[in-house]
Design a protein around this ligand. Sequence first.
Ligand SMILES: Nc1ncnc2c1ncn2[C@@H]1O[C@H](COP(=O)(O)OP(=O)(O)OP(=O)(O)O)[C@@H](O)[C@H]1O
Ligand code: SF4
Ligand SMILES: [Mg+2]
Length: 365
Amino acid sequence: MTAPLLKIDNLRTYFYARRKQAFVRSVDGVSLEVGRRETVGVVGESGSGKSITAMSVMGLISSGPGVIGGSIHYASDKVQRNLLDGLENFVQLEQSDGRVMAVSKDERGWQKASEKLMAGMRGREIAMIFQNPRASLNPYLSVGEQITEAVRLHGGITAAKEARERALHWLERVKIDTPHLRYNTYPSGMSGGMCQRAMIAMALSSEPSLLIADEPTTGLDATIQSKIVDLLQELKSETGISTLLISHDISVITRLSDRVAVLYGGAVVEYGPARQLLDAHAELKHSYTAALLASVPNEQKIRARANLQAIEGEVLDTINVPPGCRFYARCNRITPEIRDKCATLHPELKEVAPGHQVRCWRFVN
Ligand SMILES: Nc1ncnc2c1ncn2[C@@H]1O[C@H](COP(=O)(O)OP(=O)(O)OP(=O)(O)O)[C@@H](O)[C@H]1O
Ligand code: SF4
Ligand SMILES: [Mg+2]
């Protein structure tokens, strides 16, 4: 069996909240994999650690202490390495009952070693697209020039004419109308949807093995959103690019994902095949996933103008993480038999069906 393209294991990324003199446990033991030609969707409420997981993979966390543990194995045809290899030597953790109480980190040593491990990765092996594409593009360069620049920098094509041709080819592939004209257009002269197409062209033009898309449709009009999803779907089947797709929009996740990871309070609470996980009627399900699916407006609710069913309770405070299940305060599926465990012990992810894991005491015998 071939190794997955990306395998994140027990990743922990913390920040220090000076005012509260405590850690923000943004990513607290995330494990997930992206296979070759696979799209893995990551869902979860705002603040659940989706973007910080992605930024940790890209080595782009700049506030301290940042990444403090775990491994990120990457294995494309060209590069095989743990992007956190040996970095644990720069961190010392004081732990009590598996909980990090204090961190001392040699930031400079870590950064230097991390940059070495990330050499040739960003843009070339792993490309990223974000929400708000206009802000991610350089306002002073035409979109064509920016894509050409990316091709020269990451795509291994140094000849100017060839790089320009590759850029034009990608403008066409992302279905930007009249690519020759658009080549010279500045981001300010393009709509949000067009800017996102240009971003996708720029990301894919260097033919990376992994695309990380962080809320690629958020902030766009509904019809434009749907067209961007169509485009991503087409590019997925044409290029077979592996994708880590972050979105709070379940319909986007449903359309594009092969597997899904549900994040809650910095940890994966459910992970498995998209079809099983997104089936609102399936028995084997984390109560948080069930609540997320119930909060999605279906056609009937939209027609009836019913209020969206918000998930009851407060989003987890990742500074004062409770000792038991992180969803305890909001869970409506606790039974008397497991209540004590739910309140005091953090459950492990447990396989409930082949390739389908849930973090809940209800599924532990
Ligand atoms: N530099 C930082 N310093 C302190 N806390 C941070 C920092 N960056 C992120 N956080 C916190 O980490 C948590 C996870 O943030 P993250 O951006 O990953 O959330 P998200 O799941 O992407 O949410 P959203 O859906 O709103 O984008 C949040 O509580 C956020 O406030
Ligand atoms: S472990 Fe308990 S509190 Fe957590 S999701 Fe399961 S039933 Fe709910
Ligand atoms: Mg985010």
